[in-house]
Structures are given as structure tokens and as C-alpha cells.
Design a protein around this ligand. Sequence first.
Ligand code: GLN
Length: 277
Amino acid sequence: MSIETNTVIAPTFDEWRRSKEALSRLECDLLLSHVTNMSRTQIVTYPDQRLDRAQLNELEALGRALSEGTPLAYLLGEKEFFGLAFEVSPAVLVPRPETELLVELALARMDDNTRLLDAGTGSGAVAVAIAHTQCNAQIDACDKSDQALEVARANARTHRVQINFYQSDWFAQLPDHKWHMIVSNPPYIAAGDSHLAALTAEPQIALVAENRGLAALAHIVEQSPNFLHNAGWLLLEHGHDQASSVRRLMTNRGFLEVKSMVDLGNIERVTLGQWYE
Ligand code: GLN
């Protein structure tokens, strides 16, 4: 059932919610909160408050977009990651909870003197979360997409962290620096993977890689030693079935102490190793 937008009186919060059988309670409340500028607590507290016509029209459009597969984060313009609210747009991948593992593993291996590069930063979620926690470390981030960099810069400003951003296709246009740690959540889904059918709203450049999804991972493994200090770390997020391939790539390139770490779903999600000159 959908509410007729030409009826005289617009529905209450609760009536609108009940008219949206295809949406979850949480989705409805987040959309209601978004269009009314009220908190979720207020939405829940005042179920009988009436929407106005403009709010109803906006809600109906958002509800439709959500049912058609637009990620909720794009409709709301933000997504929570590592306890921080990140601005997102269709120019960037929506930060995923499993990527918090990459942040945790990086933080556990760094201190205030670490200079870290987030390669392919997208929304900046990983770099900003790290900079927000390890305030005195020097954090750099790069991305090929200038639209993504705009989003990342906005997120760094919002969370008041100092990050140097570079527009660069992986390492190609970076300044002549070396880092103690390089982290990346690169595109790693194979072209044609059935998983992609559910991800059509997100930038394919952030999701899909040649060579069964391994092309960007292999490129980073190959190039990163040129940009790492002695004993520097490389930490890579990858797909659920790519851990052994990434371990092999890193071991063959000469990384030591190579191992994979599991995410909360018990899936090997990040592989890391150290580079010795
Ligand atoms: N983890 C994401 C997904 O499977 C993909 C992210 C990526 O390719 N870097 O939806």
C-alpha cells in the first residue's frame, strides 16, 4: 500500500511507517528523521505527529529510491563508521563495518611517529578514523577520483583531523615520500561476480578489479615496497576468498610475517606483512 499524495491530509509518522511494508522500521524512522529534521527519539516519541505535504512528497521519493536499491547511506548523505558520522555521496563506496578491522589493525601497529598512507581513500573513512584516534601521527591519503577526494576532505574537516590528500592513481602521482605503513581497501570484486547485482548504485571503480578481483591488490603489493620505510607495514582488505592469494602475492614480493586476520563474521578480511630492505 502506498499513501496517495493527492489526499487532503498527509499521514502521521506512524501511518506513513505502516504504509511502507517493504521497508524496515529502522529505515522508516531514519527517513522520517531525515525529512523532518527531528531526532530518531523524537520520531518514536511522537508517532501521531502529522507530516506536511512537502515532507510526504520527499519521503515517498526516498522510500521509492530505497526499494529500488539506492543505499540508505546515499539517501541520508551519511554513514556511521568507527563511531563517527561520514558524509557519503554516489562518488564513494559506502563504508562497511568489516573495514573497521583495517582501522583497528593499523592502530595496533602505529604510534605518534608513524607516517601512514591510505591508498584509495574514497570517503576518507579509514584515514579519518585513524587520524581521529592517533591524533599526532602524520596521515596521508590518495585517490584517483577528485569527486571522492572532495568528500574525503569534507569528512576530514568535519572531524577536525589534519590529513594530506593527493590525487593519484595508486602510487603514480604521489610525492617522493616513504611511509611506515600503507593501508588500503581497494576494489577487489571480480567483474561478473553475482554480488555486484546488489551494488549497482556504488562506483564500480571502487568495487571491481580485473584478474578475478586481484588486479588492484597485486598492483599495490608490487609497488608498495618502493614507498615503505624499512620494517614498514602493508595492510590490505580483500574479499572473503582472496586471503590465500594475497598472502602468496605478498610472500612472493618479499614481505615477511605475512598473515591474514578475520573480521567479526570470522572471514579472513585483512592480510598484512612487513617490508625489510
Ligand atoms: N566489501 C565490499 C562488498 O563486498 C567491497 C569493497 C571493495 O571492493 N573494496 O560489498
